[in-house]
Design a binder for this molecule. Sequence first.
Ligand SMILES: Nc1nc2c(ncn2[C@@H]2O[C@H](COP(=O)(O)OP(=O)(O)O)[C@@H](O)[C@H]2O)c(=O)[nH]1
Ligand SMILES: [Mg+2]
Length: 216
Amino acid sequence: MKVKVAADILSTNDAIASENRKLFRENGVFVINLMSSPGAGKTTLLEKTIALLKDNMKIAVIEGDVATTADALRIEKTGVPAVQINTGNLCHLDGSMVRSALSEFDLKSLDLLIVENVGNLVCPAEFNVGEDCKVMLLSTAEGDDKPLKYPLMFHESSALVINKTDLIPYTNFSLEKARRDALSINPKLAVFPLSCRTGEGFEEWCGWLRGRIETR
Ligand SMILES: Nc1nc2c(ncn2[C@@H]2O[C@H](COP(=O)(O)OP(=O)(O)O)[C@@H](O)[C@H]2O)c(=O)[nH]1
Ligand SMILES: [Mg+2]
């Protein structure tokens, strides 16, 4: 019975996500669902990425967190519009939550909408919000065993950003192991090691993003 309830929830969500996707396509906006554990650096990645891309495209952000408007306030400081969704006790964003935020934006004018999901390595991967692709962010401080321990996140993503490469000398994180294990789960994953602290790796990451947006 529990399995059936879960299946019903997921299929209801998929129907709403499809409606969102249709709306995004009609308005020509490319949508990313950004997922990671809390503290991996999602908001910092967005701040840096927006600073590099915003002169050439129109960007907006939906921020998902259990509580506070802290991340939306951080994004607004970059000069792009941001809407905060507080999920209360829920550990992920779903299609209807994203839908409820869309009226805050002029979708037609946007090139890129980024949804920062709630920090969690499990359920965000199960719930589509109508995105074109999911991007997974793993930081070197979390350990290189995460791809094998949380495979769905890596399986569902189009790109894996490995953040905080500046911290590698202070950890036992193996970039090669993390990359190899992630690719064993999803051979199509585009992998971008980078550091939001030093800026290393941003050229490759932003290049991939620009390419995806141009061919949307
Ligand atoms: N050393 C280092 N710290 C980082 C890097 N990126 C983010 N941080 C720090 O990691 C913490 C969590 O970042 P935040 O963007 O809020 O993570 P989020 O919870 O995934 O949105 C903050 O203190 C950031 O300054 C990085 O590349 N290197
Ligand atoms: Mg954040």
